[in-house]
Design a protein around this ligand. Structure first.
Ligand code: PEP
Length: 249
C-alpha cells in the first residue's frame, strides 16, 4: 500500500512572500516526515522560491497546471520540462476548476497525464461528478469515463506514478464533504476500474486521494477508510495551523 499523501492546492491565492513564509514553516515543522508524503501546489509565481526552500526537506512541490507541448509559440503557458527544471515533482491535472472554467476535457487531461509522465513529473489526475450527475445516478458512469479516457494509453509501468484524486465537484469549496461511506464507495469503485485496466496488483499500489472540503475535523474519518490514501486540500490548506493539523491527523 502507498504512504498517506496530503496535498495542498493553493489555487490562485498567496503572494510569493506569503508562499515563502508558509513553506519555511512547513519545512521547519515537517522536515523528513517518514510516514507520509506532503505536497504543496503554490501558484506559478511562487514555485521557484518555494522549490529552493523545500529542497532536501522531504516535502514535495507540485504545479497546478501546465501545457502538454514541450515549448514553442504558446503565449502564457508553462511546459513540463520547465516545471521539472525548477524542482517540481508533481502536477495537478484535470482539476474540476480547469474542466469547468477552462473547458478541459478528458482528451486534454490524457495528453497532460502522458506528457507529465514522459517528462518525469507525477500527475495527480482529478476526477469527480457534479451534483446533477450524482442526483441523476450517473456518478459511476462519469467516473469510469474520466478514468478510461483520462488514462488512455498510459502504460501499466507508469500507473504507479499516477495519483488519482476523487473530488466530487459538489464538495469543492462548499463545506459539504462526502460522508466517509460515500467517499469510500467511490474510491473502491475507482480502484476496481484501475484494476480492470491495469491489473489488480497495480490497482493496489495506486494512490487514490480524496478532495472536497477536507478539514482538520474530518480528515481522520476519511483516512480510516481502506481505499482512501490521502487528501487534496484546497481552502483549509491556506491556513498554516489548519493544514498542519490535517498533516498530523
Ligand atoms: C480543491 O479545490 O482541490 C479542493 C479540494 O478544495 P476545497 O478543499 O476547498 O474543497
Amino acid at each position: 500500500m502507498t504512504k498517506p499523501l496530503i496535498a495542498a492546492n493553493w489555487k490562485m491565492n498567496m503572494t510569493t512572500g506569503e508562499s515563502v513564509t508558509f513553506a519555511k514553516r512547513l519545512a521547519e515543522e515537517f522536515a523528513r516526515l517518514e510516514d507520509r508524503d506532503v505536497i504543496i501546489a503554490p501558484p506559478f509565481t511562487a514555485l521557484y522560491p518555494v522549490a529552493e526552500i523545500l529542497r532536501n526537506s522531504g516535502i514535495h512541490l507540485a504545479a497546478q497546471n501546465f501545457h502538454w507541448e514541450k515549448g514553442g509559440a504558446y503565449t502564457g503557458e508553462i511546459s513540463a520540462p520547465m516545471l521539472c527544471d525548477i524542482g517540481c515533482r508533481y502536477v495537478l491535472v484535470g482539476h474540476s476548476e480547469r474542466r469547468i472554467l477552462f473547458g478541459e476535457r478528458n482528451e486534454e487531461v490524457n495528453k497532460k497525464a502522458a506528457t507529465a509522465l514522459a517528462a518525469g513529473l507525477k500527475p495527480i489526475v482529478c476526477i469527480g461528478e457534479t451534483l446533477g450527475e450524482r442526483e441523476s445516478g450517473r456518478t459511476f458512469d462519469i467516473l469510469a469515463r474520466q478514468i478510461k479516457e483520462g488514462l488512455n494509453n498510459i502504460s501499466p509501468d507508469d500507473i504507479e506514478s499516477v495519483t488519482l484524486a476523487y473530488e466530487p465537484v459538489w464538495a469543492i469549496g462548499t463545506g459539504k464533504t462526502a460522508t466517509t461511506e460515500q467517499a469510500e464507495e467511490v474510491h473502491r469503485f475507482i480502484r476496481e476500474e484501475i484494476g480492470g485496466i491495469f491489473g489488480k496488483a497495480k490497482a493496489g499500489e495506486t494512490a487514490i486521494i480524496y478532495g472536497g472540503s477536507v478539514k482538520p475535523d474530518n480528515i481522520a474519518g476519511l483516512m480510516d477508510q481502506p481505499d482512501i490514501n490521502g487528501a487534496l486540500v484546497g481552502g483549509a490548506s491556506l491556513d498554516f495551523e489548519s493544514f498542519a493539523k490535517i498533516i498530523k491527523y
